[in-house]
Ligand binder design. Structure first.
Ligand code: ZN
Ligand code: ZN
Length: 112
């Protein structure tokens, strides 16, 4: 008896889904509501919250990080621009050197 394959169930496009998954937690979340309320920021907020509570990021989430070399100030965002701005502002006001960690694992120094 021949086996008939069901209809292709890959309905969602790869990048259009409002879903966040985490392999480590073996869970999946639908951010549809948050996305329509606050836009892409919802992913960032979710990712940072997830890390705060579990110690790790959900799948496929990578952040930019700026860490001051002279004091305890640091910031972490999904968006490069926001992190660069923070680093430059901190460097300008405090004359501290700030290390910028990119999503590729590279580090650049913003001199104060
Ligand atoms: Zn998780
Ligand atoms: Zn500093």
């Amino acid at each position: 008896m021949a086996r008939v394959n069901g209809p292709d169930d890959s309905l969602d496009g790869p990048n259009n889904s409002p879903t966040v998954t985490c392999r480590r937690c073996d869970r999946e979340w639908d951010l549809g509501e948050e996305l329509s309320a606050v836009g892409n920021q919802a992913f960032e907020q979710f990712a940072l919250d997830h890390r705060r509570h579990t110690g790790h990021f959900p799948d496929g989430i990578e952040t930019w990080r700026a860490v001051c070399r002279h004091c305890t100030e640091q910031t972490e965002r999904l968006e490069e621009g926001a992190v660069r701005r923070w680093a430059q502002t901190h460097a300008r006001h405090t004359a501290h050197d700030v290390a910028l960690h990119t999503t590729d694992g590279e580090t650049t120094l913003i001199e104060g």
